[in-house]
Design a protein around this ligand. Structure first.
Ligand code: FAD
Ligand code: NAP
Length: 348
């Protein structure tokens, strides 16, 4: 690798290499951790070389869905490609191709400025556009898959470009092929979205409607919905710049309808939402009910306003967060016979 042209040099400003890099500034949990070599790359050909020649790298975007544990003895490749382009137009929609390193929330704001609808409910989700398909980001009843058109990726090892349409991505609830069969095998370089010129806003989920009513907005547009989502999120979620976290630590479990009915007999107040033939149970409610909401052990805690978010009060290590998460998993499993699964990607 070292003799290769992706080696940073004054002639190659598109690659920055940091040896023994601290991952703290590059991940929102803010736990102390290093990696052997951090490559920051903002040019597609350099990225292609890196995917061919770097040995088994971990891929990093905005670091908002990662918990690093200890020092990572691997190469880490941070994708910093930039650019947004309207690549196709009809009267109904625009296809918009977005480079993987674009900050997701900036893309949402850009779309609203362009009067393009479809992602306003996904306002203020941290991270990059390239990571958005990995767990099919979702919030307030909308998932990336609802506006997804295609993506381009580079295969690790061969460096070959691979194109994926919606059906190839096998999107599910906070899930895709990139978390399963293709886990760690593709570097997404761009995502193309099909954004609508017709505006059908979705306000029924969560507190959006209530917020719009409080603001006396009767016929909301996409900008109003985005502002409401931003307002709700800022009032309910910890800002990683102030308090380290990676959003929801666990996925909401999806259980069979019969298992849900059994639980409902014991716990009549248990919330559940239809998920195909099954039922999605809010993990936050389970964690709160077993008593972990707002609890703190050392430097780790469950956030007082949203139990599903685990927070780093400043000096926590990845191992401390993981130990805390195990306690929660144990308590929930003991009481409800439901095993919580982390949504956050654990790096060790
Ligand atoms: P990273 O954390 O850098 O990486 C996440 C995973 O994607 C890793 O496995 C990484 O290897 C892989 N990856 C990253 N970039 C690429 C790439 N270019 N190619 C291939 N693999 C890649 N998520 C939601 O779905 N909905 C929410 O509402 C939401 N709210 C959040 C709120 C807060 C406060 C926080 C901190 C997080 C929240 N998240 C939410 C989680 C997180 O923002 C998303 O998962 C986001 O898509 C992660 O983007 P990232 O660039 O930070 O990815
Ligand atoms: P909330 O509104 O308090 O709701 C709690 C849970 O119930 C959510 O997880 C949500 O599932 C589910 N829910 C609520 N209303 C629903 C409905 N009408 N139909 C189906 N499911 C419903 O949640 P919150 O914590 O304030 O978060 C608001 C939104 O932002 C949610 O969509 C949440 O996923 C998203 N968010 C995600 C992260 C993350 O890191 N992944 C972090 C913060 C917020 P869903 O999660 O499936 O929507």
């Amino acid at each position: 690798m070292t003799n290769h042209s992706i080696t940073p040099s004054p002639n190659n400003p598109r690659v920055e290499l940091i040896n023994q890099a601290s991952l703290q500034p590059f991940t929102t949990f803010g736990v102390s951790s290093t990696c052997d070599h951090l490559y920051r790359i903002d040019e597609i050909e350099e990225l292609r070389l890196a995917t061919q020649y770097l040995e088994d790298p971990l891929i990093l975007g905005g670091g908002s869905n990662i918990l690093p544990m200890g020092n990572i003895t691997r190469n880490v490749l941070r994708v910093e490609l930039k650019g947004i382009e309207r690549v196709e137009e009809t009267d109904e929609y625009a296809l918009v191709k977005i480079a993987a390193g674009e900050v997701w929330h900036n893309v949402v704001l850009w779309a609203i400025d362009q009067d393009l609808a479809g992602i306003e409910n996904l306002s203020l989700i941290p991270g990059t556009t390239g990571a958005a398909p990995i767990q099919n980001i979702g919030a307030y009843g909308i998932e990336l898959s609802s506006v997804f058109h295609s993506l381009e990726a580079l295969e690790l090892g061969s460096g070959q470009q691979k194109d994926f349409l919606t059906e190839d991505c096998r999107f599910g609830y906070r899930d895709s092929i990139f978390k399963n069969d293709l886990r760690g095998r593709m570097v997404i370089t761009s995502v193309t979205l099909k954004l609508s010129k017709q505006h059908n806003v979705h306000t029924s989920y969560g507190a959006i409607q209530q917020t719009l009513e409080e603001w006396n907005i009767k016929d909301p547009g996409i900008r109003d919905v985005s502002k409401a989502v931003i307002h709700i999120r800022q009032s309910k979620l910890p800002d990683p710049a102030q308090l380290g976290n990676a959003g929801s630590f666990f996925k909401n479990p999806v259980i069979s309808a019969s298992a849900f009915e059994d639980l409902k007999k014991q716990y009549p107040e248990i919330p559940g939402y239809p998920a195909g033939n099954e039922v999605k149970v809010p993990a936050g409610w389970l964690i709160e009910t077993v008593g972990w909401k707002g609890k703190r052990v050392g430097n780790v805690g469950s956030y007082a306003k949203q139990a599903l978010v685990l927070v780093n009060f400043g000096e926590a290590k990845g191992e401390d967060v993981w130990a805390f998460a195990q306690e929660i998993i144990g308590s929930v499993e003991q009481k409800f016979a439901i095993r919580l699964v982390p949504e956050v990607n654990i790096w060790s």
